[in-house]
Design a protein around this ligand. Structure first.
Ligand SMILES: [Zn+2]
Ligand SMILES: [Zn+2]
Length: 395
């Protein structure tokens, strides 16, 4: 694709921001340096800044042209980037490598933040759209629910918007390609904690006990039928038991046993159904062993669902920039989860994957050698720019 001269001109600066952010990673809700950086940049572009939503969240407010210049409309859209890093130690060796052990931008949120800042600078200098753009920089995407925290703090009440848009770099997809899902794009990620209460005793006298270890073995086996027998094979579901704890000695049948794990689904109805099936199987199987299961299913991020009309518009924008063949619309959803799901539950919009190529030495997200691919900075900025112009066209 052809990158506009205007975008080409700001890329060296955007790359500097990106690498500077990379060197200063901060974990969820601790994005102090990062949010200062973002707020200061937005102000320098002449954009009004609102801070404090979700703790370290930042919202930039850019109004388009006045009525006598072809603007004056009330339509508003939100563009969202995430700012947080991951609790892991970087194994790269370049000048802008993380300055902190145990903190690393291994998911490319440094790139997302830099691209949205680049788009903000560009749109503020052009100012040729009709309506309002909210640039949303959220904390704590990596498991902390920072997007939800911003919503709970009144994001959509203080800044009413008609649609909200997200983007994630996607290693493994070619540079210059985009994926837009019509519907589910990321899974719901829930976890469970189950305690099975039995009746302990001497291992040599099992007849006077109700063995919770045996009950858990039976339950873990029985849970496999959710995916293999109870759910539609074409509707992706994961049920993984990842940790079992019980017992204190070779000759003691313990009083109780517990296990934890995760459930992933890509459809909200399926999610509710799987939760019920999970609880039922745990409780009834435990009973069959003379035990009682105490089941908690703890909801994490919901399914990230693109609004169909919004995804059609995202496809149009991406196709106009990258070419029709570069826009994939039939990829399966990822079983990973995304905090942006909460925003899409409230406001229609779409979340796209921006192809990031193979990554240096084939590194994928959350890898200790991952680095955001700076080649795609202009592609992400172009998408944001074009999306704003197409959602908020001049009259
Ligand atoms: Zn991540
Ligand atoms: Zn991420």
């Amino acid at each position: 694709m052809q990158i506009s001269k205007e975008i080409e001109n700001i890329i060296p600066e955007v790359r500097n921001w990106r690498q500077n952010l990379h060197a200063h990673p901060e974990l969820g809700y601790e994005e102090k340096w990062t949010s200062d950086f973002v707020a200061e940049k937005l102000k320098s572009f002449g954009i009004e800044v609102h801070r404090g939503l979700g703790g370290t969240g930042v919202v930039g407010i850019l109004k388009g042209l006045d009525a006598h210049l072809g603007g004056g409309g009330n339509k508003a859209i939100g563009l969202r980037a995430d700012m947080d890093a991951l609790p892991m130690t970087e194994e790269n060796d370049f000048p802008y490598k993380s300055k902190f052990d145990g903190r690393m931008h291994a998911c490319g949120h440094d790139g997302h933040t830099a691209m949205l800042l680049g788009a903000a600078k560009l749109l503020a200098s052009q100012n040729n759209f009709d309506g309002t753009v909210y640039f949303i920089f959220q904390p704590a995407e990596e498991g902390g629910g920072g997007g939800l925290a911003m919503i709970d703090d009144g994001l959509f009440k203080q800044f009413p918007m008609d649609s909200v848009w997200g983007m994630h770099n996607w290693p493994g997809m070619d540079e210059g390609t985009v994926a837009v899902h019509k519907g589910s794009v990321m899974a719901a990620a829930d976890r469970f904690e189950v305690t099975v209460n039995g009746n302990g005793g001497h291992a040599a006298m099992p007849q006077v006990t109700n063995d919770p270890v045996l009950a858990v073995s039976g339950i873990v086996q029985a849970l496999q039928q959710i995916v293999s027998r109870k759910q539609n094979p074409l509707d992706a579901v994961v049920v993984s038991v990842t940790q079992i704890n019980a017992g204190s000695g070779f000759n003691i049948i313990p009083q109780k046993a517990n296990f934890i794990g995760t459930i992933r689904t890509v459809n909200s109805e399926t999610r509710a159904e799987v939760h019920n099936q999970f609880t039922q199987i745990c409780e009834t199987t435990a009973l069959a062993y003379g035990c009682i299961a105490d089941v908690s299913v703890i909801k994490g991020y919901p399914v990230t669902v693109n609004d169909i009309e919004s995804s059609d518009r995202a496809i149009e924008v991406a196709s106009s920039l990258f070419g029709k063949n570069a826009v994939k619309t039939n990829l399966a959803p990822s079983m990973g989860a995304e905090d942006f799901a909460y925003m899409l539950e409230k406001i229609p919009g779409a979340y796209i994957w921006l192809g990031a190529g193979e990554g240096k030495s084939g590194c994928m997200l959350h890898n200790t050698k991952y680095d955001f691919n700076d080649n795609i900075l202009p592609l992400g900025i172009s998408y944001w720019e074009q999306l704003v112009k197409s959602e908020l066209p001049l009259r």
